[in-house]
Ligand binder design. Structure first.
Ligand SMILES: O=C(O)CCC(=O)C(=O)O
Ligand SMILES: [Fe+2]
Length: 266
């Protein structure tokens, strides 16, 4: 069965309710077409930041909403597929941020801004990379002094009827391996209780990845490209990191619900 026909539930990874990883969401030909469009854009379309470059498509996002600009057809082809395939966006995706990372570039752990509808879909192109999810500091703070043996863990603290603190969910840091042509979607706790980021190093650890099968496939390919037997996968399980050897491009596709039709109403 093609990935496009399978139930979204089948692509859930990790223990959080809504972290979805779809390998081969686009074909390699589509990846090449997208990269061509991205690199055909005028140089002025790129905004250089300290540790990466980005292109902003769909308009300017302000605290109060989006000052819109129509997405080009080469992007709506993808955003429409994401909306249809996931059914998680209440209306059409209207904003796409394209990030370019050299092998030693990344993005600081962060939470996406409040202007966005709280579902994000990230399409990956080019070199594989690992995205790390870490519990939000607000949650970690609840836990200070209570879980000194496990620095990565955090819990929702609530009070019981006597006012004693009780821990509900455990929050652990985890990672996702983002392979080219894959789509990562996250919402709910993964969106609200965790920071996500990519380390600015050319080697990424994969020991905490939740999409394990993807990691094993990749590890096998690093050792002997092309051969796919499962014994080989087992033999490569000891590899704990991936090398970033070329550029990665990502398309962060989101929806800003509040759209300003008229500049003067801002
Ligand atoms: O490049 C990525 O995969 C993540 C980008 C991201 O988190 C963002 O644009 O907010
Ligand atoms: Fe983000």
């Amino acid at each position: 069965m093609e990935n496009g026909e399978r139930n979204l539930e089948d692509f859930k990874v990790g223990s959080l309710p809504t972290l979805i990883y779809i390998p081969d969401f686009i074909t390699e030909t589509e990846q090449t077409q997208l990269l061509n469009h991205i690199y055909k854009a005028p140089i002025t379309k790129w905004k250089s930041l300290k540790n990466r470059r980005l292109q902003n498509w769909g308009g300017v996002v302000h605290e109060k909403g989006l000052l819109p600009q129509a997405l080009p057809p080469w992007l709506t082809k993808i955003t429409q597929r994401i909306c249809q395939r996931t059914g998680l966006f209440p209306s059409a995706i209207n904003h796409v941020l394209i990030n370019e990372y050299l092998p030693d570039q990344g993005i600081m752990p962060h939470q996406d801004g409040p202007a966005y509808f709280p579902v994000v879909a990230i399409l990956s192109l080019g070199c594989p990379a690992v995205m790390n999810f870490t519990p939000h500091s607000k949650l970690r703070a609840c836990n200070d002094g209570e879980r000194t043996t496990d620095a990565d863990a955090s819990s929702d603290i609530q009070k019981d009827e006597h006012g004693n603190k009780i821990c509900l969910n455990d929050h652990h840091s985890f990672s996702v391996l983002l392979m080219p042509c894959s789509l990562l979607i996250f919402k709910d706790e993964a969106y609200s209780d965790y920071l996500h980021g990519i380390e600015d190093t050319n080697e990424h650890r994969i020991d905490k990845v939740v999409n394990v099968f993807e990691a094993l496939k990749h590890k096998k390919d690093q050792i002997s490209p092309g051969s796919g037997d499962s014994e080989e996968i087992e033999r490569t399980e000891h590899i704990e990191s991936i090398q970033r050897t070329s550029t990665r491009i990502s398309l962060t596709c989101r929806l800003v619900l509040k759209v300003h039709k008229n500049l003067f109403k801002f």
